[in-house]
Write a protein that binds this ligand. Structure first.
Ligand code: SF4
Length: 359
């Protein structure tokens, strides 16, 4: 709930509006899961609140640590039974990042993804999305500084709840996380990218590209058949033009599938700053200059036959891009020993997968 909504509840229960701010502080910043804990509220008001409202709170089914405890992957269960994943990452520079889910499962069907394997169960509500951050703060005792919408699901396929979550995470009375510290990932829902561009938010957009040709992307990322690469890049240019924010193109590298230096060259020309392809709307002189490629060596998923490339192949691909003037990074590995692939922990620990668990 927003501050205005909490103030409305206070007034409905015959209290002054500022009680709403106190409730927001307890829920979002102190992680309170019961009204009884809100000790600066009058006791009678707490009792009235407990009769008329309820605080939902996620509790972990399992939590697995790696990187010396600096990465914790949580599997949370939801009230109606399914589970979802959230990852906490502690960095030496002080950042505390949380990677959150926006859906249970995912309907996009990317062929290399553990989450996509099981299909979409349902969208998460704004409460269930925000609560992942609140729960992680409560469980770790640490303040989250960055949030990445890159867990299970396609955030822009659950647009309204995702945007409401952004509003709440950014609000000073709630999580108070700077807009520039929020990253939304998308597999390339072109209409929603254009819609997001018009919100003119200063968040970061990460676009999952994974292939530089339509032929290959149609195979790996089925949504490409609906919105091919040219349409996607056109929407990305509009996003950069309206927000002046950099776009990060995510590229999962799979050996022998999309990791050859020839494909790196194709990707390099596709994203090159000087390129102005036919049919593409020029929308701002620096659009391509604000593009960045983030390479992610594939994390193994039970039941899938892809292979993770060795570091030499990854470096060769990265260098081929850099030689073409494309700003490129290789994602820092986190949580490799804890079912790092998104959706993998759910498949190995989620009760709903008990009958079909991989060996
Ligand atoms: S990679 Fe992302 S969009 Fe594709 S199936 Fe997996 S969760 Fe969905």
């Amino acid at each position: 709930m927003t501050l205005e909504e909490l103030e409305g509840i206070a007034q409905q229960l015959a209290e002054p509006p500022y009680r709403g701010r106190q409730i927001a502080h307890w829920i979002y910043q102190r992680g309170a899961v019961a009204f009884a804990a809100m000790t600066d509220l009058p006791q009678a008001f707490r009792a009235r609140l407990a009769e008329s409202a309820r605080i939902t709170a996620l509790s972990p089914v399992t939590a697995v640590r790696s990187d010396g405890g600096d990465t914790i992957k949580y599997l949370f269960s939801l009230a109606d039974g399914p589970t979802m994943e959230t990852v906490f990452m502690r960095y030496a520079d002080g950042r505390r990042s949380v990677c959150i889910s926006t859906q249970v499962g995912c309907g996009m069907g990317c062929t290399f993804c553990a989450t996509g394997l099981a299909g979409l169960t349902r969208n998460l509500t704004p409460a269930e999305i925000v609560d992942q951050v609140v729960a992680v703060q409560r469980l770790t005792g640490e303040r989250v500084t960055n949030v990445i919408f890159m867990g299970m699901g396609e955030p822009l396929a659950n647009y309204g709840p995702t945007l409401r979550t952004v509003q709440l995470l950014n609000a000073p009375y709630a999580a108070g996380i700077g807009m520039r510290h929020l990253t939304i990932s998308t597999v390339g829902l072109v209409q929603q990218i254009r819609r997001l561009a018009r919100e003119r938010l200063q968040l970061t957009l990460a676009v999952s590209l994974h292939a530089p040709t339509d032929e290959l992307r149609n195979e790996l990322v089925p949504i490409n058949r609906q919105w091919p690469i040219a349409d996607l890049l056109d929407a990305c240019r509009e996003y950069v033009s309206l927000t002046s924010r950099r776009i990060s193109f995510e590229y999962v590298l799979m050996e022998g599938v999309n990791d050859t230096v020839e494909l790196a060259a194709t990707l390099g020309s596709l994203l090159h700053p000087a390129r102005s392809g036919a049919g593409q709307r020029p929308s701002g002189p620096d659009a391509n200059a604000l593009w960045h490629v983030n390479l992610i060596p594939w994390n193994p998923v039970y039941g899938l036959q892809y292979r993770r490339p060795n570091p030499g192949r990854v470096e060769a691909f990265a260098n081929a891009l850099r030689r073409r003037g494309i700003s490129t990074t290789v994602r820092l590995e986190r949580g490799v020993e804890i079912d790092a692939a998104c959706g993998q922990l759910r498949r190995t620990h989620g009760p709903e997968f008990a009958g079909v668990r991989p060996p």
